[in-house]
Design a protein around this ligand. Structure first.
Ligand code: BJW
Ligand code: ZN
Length: 255
């Protein structure tokens, strides 16, 4: 498939000073990490992730849920950020106000070099107590699993947001504000099916932003976005960046 970036997208991105990006599991797909709602492989074929990502599941079978996250943690540690993550690090340099919001818990944006990240669903490299909520500095994967909270004796759980749980309030507020204030909003690699994150592109659109979706598959955003760039983020984002940087060089040469 020949990928090309519409001129209006490049111009809008060049003219903007406030850009907000929302990423989902699709941005890590090219790092070899399975997404949630696509063709199920490996562990995903045995378990329904939405059945494991709940506090009820952890209360019912803490070891099963712990093992599922341990498996994913190992897979993520063995993998690397991909060109899409790196392109966002570079894109940030072009803007006075750039907000990167992610639903991902994999930490790839940190590893790629992004430093201002709103992690809406937490991070699976951190743990906290299921009972008292206090974060734990670390744990021994060789010891009792799930590990035990030193303060109250409850089980430690991954510091992620499960279905039915509230998102970190301050982060959510920051994300809403960035969506409302952005001139261009990029929704990348998300099915836009899980609330409240899925409302962010809609909020930005309602506030007058130019909305661009990057996804190989059609989602509910595709018809309301100003542009749906159909393709993998690892190809489209570097191309987008090339165009923005290229145009800037061209205009500097003109002056
Ligand atoms: C590529 C690509 C490539 C592939 N390049 N793209 C209103 C109605 C009904 C229910 C609710 C409602 N409001 C709230 C709810 C409840 C629920 C919800 O939204 N449910 C929906 C399923 C309907 N929300 C919640 O419970 C949230 N809490 C909350 O709202 O609290 C208040 C409340 C509670 C209860 C009731 C009402 C209010 C919390 C949500 C937490 C989500 N947690 C998870 C797990 C995190 C930990 C973990 O990783 O295990 O977060 S679920 C999972 O989904 C994970 C993801 O961050 C999230 C979003 O998924 P994402 O990233 O979009 O992935 P996919 O797989 O869906 O899509 C990938 C996309 O990539 C696809 O489109 C591909 O095409 C694309 N792609 N390759 C670019 N190379
Ligand atoms: Zn505790």
């Amino acid at each position: 498939m020949e990928l090309s970036i519409p001129q209006e997208v490049i111009e809008r991105l060049r003219a903007a000073s406030r850009v907000t990006v929302l990423t989902g599991a699709g941005i890590s797909a090219e790092s070899g990490i399975p997404t949630f709602r696509e063709a199920q492989i490996g562990l995903w074929s045995k378990y329904d992730p939405t059945e494991l990502a709940t506090p009820q599941a952890f209360a019912r079978n803490p070891r099963l849920v712990w093992d599922w996250y341990a498996y994913r943690r190992e897979m993520i540690q063995a993998a690397q950020p991909n060109p899409a993550h790196y392109a966002l690090v570079d894109l940030e340099q072009h803007y006075e106000h750039f907000t990167l919001i992610t639903q991902n818990v994999d930490g790839f944006h940190w590893r790629a070099g992004s430093r201002e990240i709103i992690e809406l669903h937490g991070n699976l490299n951190r743990v906290r107590c299921f009972d008292c909520g206090v974060p734990a500095p670390g744990w021994d994967e060789e010891g009792e699993l799930p590990p035990i909270c030193a303060l109250c004796g409850g089980y430690l759980r991954p510091d992620v947001v499960w279905f039915g749980e509230g998102l970190p309030e301050q982060k959510l507020r920051q994300a809403y504000r960035a969506a409302e204030q952005s001139q261009v909003f990029l929704s990348i690699g998300t099915s836009a099916a899980v609330q409240p994150a899925a409302s962010l592109p809609l909020i930005s659109l309602r506030s007058g932003a130019f909305l661009v979706e990057i996804n190989p598959e059609e989602t509910s955003l595709a018809i309301i976005a100003d542009y749906w760039l159909q393709g993998p983020a690892g190809k489209i984002l570097p191309l987008l960046l090339q165009h923005i940087a290229g145009e800037e060089q061209a205009s500097e040469e003109d002056t």
